[in-house]
Ligand binder design. Sequence first.
Ligand SMILES: [Mg+2]
Length: 323
Amino acid sequence: MRLRNFVFGLLFFASAQAGAGSVPVTMCFDIDDNLLFLPTKISIFKKVGADPALENEIRVSTHDFALIREQLGRPGKYEQYETRKTPETSSFRTFSDAGDGPGGRNYILEDVKEMIEGGTFDANVGPAWKSFVYAMQSEEAAKHVCFATARSHHPQEVLEMLEYLVSKGKISRTPLQKNLHCVGGAENPSAEKAKVFREMLAKLEAQPVPNTWPKIRKPSGTGKAAYHLWTFSDDDWGNYEKTRDVIAEDMKAGKYGNIKVMLFFTGLNNPKHAPEAIVLDGQGGWRPIERNEEQDVARMLKVQGFDCDELLRFDPRANAPGH
Ligand SMILES: [Mg+2]
């Protein structure tokens, strides 16, 4: 049911945006393992003075790194390992600009080209990919789509990668460059994502909600009213939890009263947490997306004439890699 809720939730935003009356819905996406399973690897390095028998450098997928990053330097398998951000040995060197200026190497574009040319792209789209593709079909919806990634590319590089996907027919258009937030340069990317979101929500809150907008289930779960809609999906529990807690705390303090915030945890290999979809309740807590909100979705989709059957059958796990 939770996975089904997840899909319904994302569709709800896309459908509301694409329909007549054009409700500006904000959809924010993490990239790695949420939109795409890219082949980019992260290096972890053996600490100075560690056991000589250990490998000096281990290259891991983003998928695995989301799980082991909390274990680095702590008792266990990764106690003697760390990440580095020095120019010579950066753990994230292919997650950022190559440093050779415009027209130089673009690592994220290279990774996506490798997938397309190798025929592996379609098998490596992530849990939120179809929602993103769907949003890109509408020019209006695309304007309100954001990326929040712990990569530290210049946004122009991410845009070039997306333009390449347009040229290959994988998406209809791209989001706006100003909405591509690459926060990898920050000391704490989870906190930086939350900071970006708070700024977005504050701007949104300042815009009154027209009473012509469709009335939807209130964040509390009881009754209906019109709201701004704002959503974020991420496969990393740390990012998801930080975003949830920071926004919930702001709401408890009385902020964002005209915004309905929905969050999607899409991690497929987290041993402690299954994918889930929640609505922040506006009072500092949260609740699962409810069945009656699915009915809101179905009603809106029918009115707007979308054939949603194919999308509603989409199971995020169908695209999970086999490791
Ligand atoms: Mg991710």
